[in-house]
Design a protein around this ligand. Structure first.
Ligand SMILES: [Mn+2]
Length: 207
């Protein structure tokens, strides 16, 4: 069984997370960050990971700690569940359309953390006559937190991750394409290749 239980308690967040990589896409996500809950549910469903998360935290500040800390726990859970990574496909890519949005996710469970996040979300002007713009929110969710989530995840797992947006106008669609594509690419990379199920897919002999 490739699974992991992660507990993380800080003054900012309290998280209990349960992951089964070879699952059926069953999920139970408890966090007061509604948009992240929506994204994690479709992550579990599209990756066919079983995922339960209970998170309480300082969301009266904003969702920064909640999003980043869940990213940390997710990365730790995948790392622990994959163990020595024997037999995994290691690489995974997905070009994912979501209506008008089109996002490429390409990744390598390399043991080395690297994130290239090339996603240009629509920005809004701070005021009508201002030149200054600020990133969009989806509901009460700061969209800049998507990158924080992915960076925390990649750092803990040791994941090389490229996310590149090719088209998109609607912020909700674009971010949904990121999470669905990430889930499907990660599921491919985690999958066992039966042709070399006893091998670690690296000339170094270690990942
Ligand atoms: Mn949606």
């Amino acid at each position: 069984m490739r699974n992991a239980n992660i507990k993380r308690d800080t003054k900012e967040t309290q998280i209990a997370l349960n992951l089964e990589i070879d699952g059926s896409g069953a999920y139970d996500i408890k966090t007061d960050c509604g948009f992240l809950k929506h994204m994690l549910e479709l992550f579990a469903r599209h990756g066919r990971f079983d995922l339960t998360i209970e998170c309480s935290g300082d969301s009266y500040v904003d969702y920064h700690h909640t999003v980043e800390d869940i990213g940390i726990c997710m990365g730790q859970a995948f790392k622990e569940a994959l163990g020595d990574k024997k037999g995994i496909c290691r690489y995974g890519s997905m070009m994912l359309p979501m209506d008008e949005a089109l996002v490429l996710t390409s990744l390598d469970i390399s043991g080395r953390a690297f994130v290239n996040y090339d996603v240009q979300l629509p920005a809004m002007k701070v005021t009508d006559d201002a030149d200054e713009t600020s990133p969009m929110k989806v509901g009460d969710f700061d969209t800049e937190l998507v990158k924080e989530f992915l960076m925390a995840f990649a750092r803990e797992l040791g994941l090389t991750l490229h996310v590149k947006m090719f088209a998109g106008e609607n912020t909700h669609h674009i971010i949904e394409a990121v999470f669905k594509g990430f889930a499907r690419a990660l599921a491919k990379a985690c999958a066992i290749n039966e042709d070399f199920a006893d091998e670690i897919p690296s000339t170094k002999g270690v990942l």
